[in-house]
Structure formats: structure tokens, C-alpha cells
Design a protein around this ligand. Structure first.
Ligand code: 13P
Ligand code: SF4
Length: 361
């Protein structure tokens, strides 16, 4: 039954139209659950067409959302690019609030909806626009590089945005464009520390943390390695640096996805949010996934039920003050206009090349 009380039936038509999605999710969803989910998926896909809407779904969405209703799935960088490109009149953001704001910033004429307004992010709530204005006063002349996991107000005070997919490239580009050898990089302390190990540019960082990735420890990784010596360990750059130091590869959620699909490891561990492995596994039957993972409570607020209600009732609309959006757009667009980040040719280990510490504000 849908949340508005409407009863959807698992008819032969519904079963047929959702069969491709079932093939992808059948290792994570029971047949009983599917009888409830499939009618919602069919109805969401029908409503999307009727309302000229697209669903942009992050890699951390649960498999039934990711494989069942996502029109575009990917990491923050991919979703931002798709928001700018999309011709649909409505964007439903199956992700967290800062992602919906980014879509609105890039597509001011489109209606951007989020299924649950409470889907936040510990990084986005760690810093305000007023904080950034004070930082700029303290470090005049240095460019501000801001992770997209921030509010529109913070992006409006920013020179150029970055994601985990292009952070090193953006830091180096900002230093080159501003003619400086240090940049301000906010708000993720660990991302900043991990970037500092891959560049000679000095970094001034803020103390924000991702509440999901900060919980992984190097001891966890070493324990998994001992239990599964042949497993390849991929970690997200929001993890603490000592976690990355004992992992085999670090990259954005899309880089992890590409690593698995390209390299086809026999066994892999994805040190990140739990749905990531479920979603990649559907396309990687050759790989066994070892699953220590942490759930993001914000991403998990998005469900098939609230996506359906969002589309049906046109709620919850995400708006950004046009003056703020105008300033924020410059910073996001500068990032989007960069050439695609270099993918390591052989996905070699992304290890520390420098032991430069960051300056914490
Ligand atoms: P990606 O850009 O790698 O998808 O990461 C977004 C995010 O919120 C990770 O916690
Ligand atoms: Fe924010 Fe971390 Fe959740 Fe990503 S996983 S949305 S960074 S809290």
C-alpha cells in the first residue's frame, strides 16, 4: 500500500514492466518485498513521464530506488552535471538536501523536489556562509575551494567547488588561477588532509566531518585484511587519512564503481555507505563483496514511498534565493567547466606522495 492509502496491485503487467529491475535487485530484496515495491516502481515511472520529471539518484540510494526508478545514477559530480544538462521540467533529487540545492543552482528555471526535506549532511551543517566570510577576512587573497557537500549560502562565498572525484585537480587549478601556493579548502577536514597528501599546494582546512566515514578506523581495515588477505580495499576520501593509508585505492563513489566494473576483482571491500556495495554488486557477478559498511541516516530518509508522494503532489520544492544562487552558480560552474578528472590509467594505489600537514582553522 502506498503512503497515501492507495493500494497498488502486483499485476502481471507490473511484474513484466519491472522485470529488468527485479533482475538487478533480487539478491537484496525478497520476493515478498518485491510484490509491494514493484507496483510503486511502475507507478513512479508512469508519473515521471506524465509530469516530465527525471529522478537523479545518488549511489547511496537503496537498490530498489537505484535500479528501479533512477534515470541518472552517480556520484555528486555526475549528478551535478546531469542537473545542468537535463531537459526535463522537474528534477526529483533522490539524495540529500545539498544535492537538490546544487541542482536548483544549476537549473533555476526547473522545479527541484526532494522527497524528505530532513535529508541533511553532517558536512553541510558544519559551516555557514558567515563562517566563510570570517575565514576570508583572516586569509585575504587565498581562493576558497568548497566541497559540494555544503549549503547554497556557503557556495555563494566560494571561488570554486569540488567533489571527491576532482578535489586534487580543483585545488591545483585554484592555486594556478589565483597565482598562490596555498588555498582554503572547506569544510571536510579529512578530504583536505587526503588531498594535501597528493599535492604540493598548502591547504588551510575546516574541522567538518562526515558522520558516516569518520567512523571507519585503520584497525577496522587491518582486521578485514587479515580475515580476507586477497580482498582489494577501496575507501572513500571522506575517511580519515590513516584509513586510506592502509587501503588499496581511494576515490569517489563513482570511481569505486568504475574500479570494480573495470578491474573485476575477485573480492572487494568498499569502505563507505552500505548501499554502495549492493548497487555495484548487481552489475558485478564476478566479484564477492565483503561488507563492513556504515549507513548514512540522511540518505536513508529517501524511500520509494516518499518519491511516489513527491511526484504525485509536487512536494517538497527546494528553492534558493536568486541572488545567492547566482553567486553560488559561478563556483559550481567553474568546477563543471574543468576537463574530466584524470582516471588513474591502471587504477594503481592512490597513496600519499607528500607528508604535508594541513593548517586547521
Ligand atoms: P560522492 O561525490 O563520492 O558520491 O560522495 C558524496 C557523499 O556524500 C559521500 O559521502
Ligand atoms: Fe553527508 Fe556523509 Fe551522508 Fe555523504 S555519507 S551525505 S557526506 S553524512
Amino acid at each position: 500500500m502506498a503512503a497515501d492509502g492507495f493500494q497498488f496491485a502486483f499485476t502481471p503487467e507490473v511484474e513484466a514492466v519491472t522485470a529488468p529491475a527485479w533482475e538487478k535487485v533480487k539478491h537484496h530484496v525478497t520476493p515478498m518485498e518485491w510484490r509491494l515495491q514493484a507496483p510503486l516502481i511502475a507507478e513512479i515511472n508512469r508519473l515521471k513521464q506524465a509530469k516530465d520529471a527525471v529522478i537523479l539518484a545518488h549511489n547511496y540510494m537503496t537498490p530498489e530506488i537505484f535500479h528501479g526508478v533512477g534515470d541518472y545514477v552517480g556520484d555528486s559530480l555526475g549528478l551535478a552535471k546531469e542537473a545542468a544538462r537535463s531537459k526535463a521540467s522537474v528534477i526529483v533529487q533522490a539524495g540529500v538536501h545539498f544535492m537538490a540545492e546544487t541542482s536548483k543552482i544549476l537549473s533555476p528555471d526547473k522545479t527541484v523536489l526532494i522527497p524528505d526535506l530532513r535529508a541533511g549532511c553532517s558536512l553541510a551543517s558544519s559551516i555557514t556562509g558567515a563562517d566563510v566570510r570570517l575565514i576570508k577576512q583572516r586569509y585575504p587573497g587565498l581562493p576558497v575551494v568548497t566541497y559540494v557537500n555544503t549549503t547554497a549560502d556557503v557556495k555563494a562565498e566560494t571561488d570554486i567547488c569540488c567533489t571527491s572525484a576532482n578535489a586534487v585537480q580543483v585545488v591545483e587549478e585554484a592555486a594556478r588561477l589565483w597565482g598562490v601556493d596555498r588555498v582554503i579548502m572547506i569544510p571536510d577536514e579529512f578530504l583536505a588532509r587526503n588531498v594535501a597528501r597528493q599535492t604540493t599546494i598548502g591547504i588551510i582546512a575546516w574541522k567538518g566531518r562526515c558522520e558516516v566515514h569518520e567512523r571507519f578506523t585503520a584497525a577496522d581495515i587491518l582486521e578485514v585484511r587479515e580475515a580476507y588477505p586477497d580482498a582489494e580495499i577501496l575507501a572513500h576520501p571522506e575517511c580519515p587519512p590513516d584509513v586510506l593509508a592502509v587501503s588499496d585505492f581511494a576515490g569517489s563513489t563513482q570511481a569505486m564503481n568504475d574500479y570494480v566494473l573495470t578491474r573485476k576483482p575477485r573480492r572487494v571491500v568498499l569502505i563507505t555507505e552500505c548501499s554502495m556495495a549492493d548497487n555495484v554488486a548487481a552489475d558485478a557477478p564476478f566479484t564477492e563483496f565483503v561488507r563492513p559498511c556504515n549507513l548514512c541516516p540522511h540518505m536513508k530518509r529517501i524511500t520509494l514511498e516518499n518519491i511516489y508522494e513527491t511526484l504525485l503532489h509536487g512536494r517538497h520544492e527546494v528553492t534558493v534565493d536568486p541572488a545567492v544562487a547566482e553567486r553560488a552558480r559561478q563556483a559550481v560552474q567553474r568546477m563543471i567547466d574543468l576537463p574530466p578528472p584524470a582516471v588513474p590509467a591502471r587504477y594503481d594505489l592512490v597513496k600519499a606522495r607528500h607528508h604535508v600537514d594541513v593548517e586547521l582553522i
